[in-house]
Write a protein that binds this ligand. Structure first.
Ligand code: DGL
Length: 267
């Protein structure tokens, strides 16, 4: 059976795991939440890089993984080049804010991006932004908002804090260019944010479409690992949950959002 590692700073990568399980039901996924060191988004880039290297070594040594999904925009932005360099024999699939899909979806060319501070200030994000906006035929207007505290509120499953952080950051985003038309497309550039999509959608209004990367990453994982659609009768895949800190947030999030009753494996 193919085994694929998945990691994030905490529960956010479950939004990617949900899509991975739908796309690749025959695969064994090992999901590692680094919640003892979350959130990543407001930490020094060297800290995030060190953590990504440690998690990769752990998943490789304990689980013989065939590929690794870095289900975190911040860790992808700050660490994936070094991960690929250090582990040349392991296929990596990263995530990045869905700017390209948003550019294809927007009708009025006004896009918002919510992401962590670490992602927004990374070189990788600057390059992505440049690639997407460097289209003279169709100028795009992109408003970018680093969302301190939002992933942490989602990690704590604190609805009051989620609503307060979401409201604050969206008001900052809208205030950036008040003379321009409002955005019609909002990129959820952190894997935690899909778990606040009801609140974000209500705050933005029905006219704004929210875009995340889970399904695209799942399709990319299938392609990178050359996995076929599961043949009839293929045994079902499975999920092992691991965390570096308190197990309860991950178990509760997996039950609530993925309908999984799995316990976090003892380590
Ligand atoms: N879920 C992560 C991301 O996609 C990290 C959030 C955080 O830990 O700050 O960026």
């Amino acid at each position: 059976m193919t085994t694929v590692g998945v990691f994030d700073s905490g529960v956010g990568g479950l939004s990617v795991l949900r899509a991975l399980r739908a796309e690749l039901p025959q695969v064994h996924f090992v999901y590692l939440a680094d919640n003892a060191h979350a959130p990543y988004g407001e930490q020094a880039s060297q800290t995030v890089l060190d953590r990504a290297l440690r998690l990769t070594e752990r998943l490789r040594s304990e689980y013989k993984i065939d590929g690794l999904v870095v289900a975190c925009n911040t860790a992808t932005a700050l660490a994936i080049d070094e991960l690929r360099h250090t582990h040349r024999d392991l296929p990596f699939i990263g995530v990045e804010p869905a700017l390209k899909p948003a550019a294809a979806l927007t009708r009025n060319s006004h896009i918002g991006v919510l992401a962590t501070r670490g992602t927004v200030h990374s070189t990788r994000f600057a390059q992505l932004l440049h690639r997407v906006t460097d289209e003279p035929q169709r100028p795009l207007h992109v408003r970018i908002q680093p969302c301190d505290g939002l992933a942490h509120a989602i990690e704590r499953a604190d609805p009051v804090a989620i609503r307060e952080r979401a409201r604050f950051h969206l008001s900052q985003l809208h205030a950036q260019e008040p003379h321009r038309p409002p955005i019609d497309t909002l990129v959820l550039g952190c894997t935690h944010y899909p778990f606040a999509s009801n609140i974000l959608q209500a705050l933005c209004g029905a006219g704004v479409q929210l875009v995340d990367t889970g399904e695209a990453v799942a399709r990319r994982t299938r392609a990178v690992l050359s996995l076929e659609a599961p043949a009839a009768g293929t045994g079902p895949g499975s999920v092992t949950l691991l965390s570096t800190g308190d197990h309860h947030p991950l178990e509760q999030a997996a039950a609530r959002w993925l309908g999984m009753s799995a316990q976090v494996a003892a380590t």
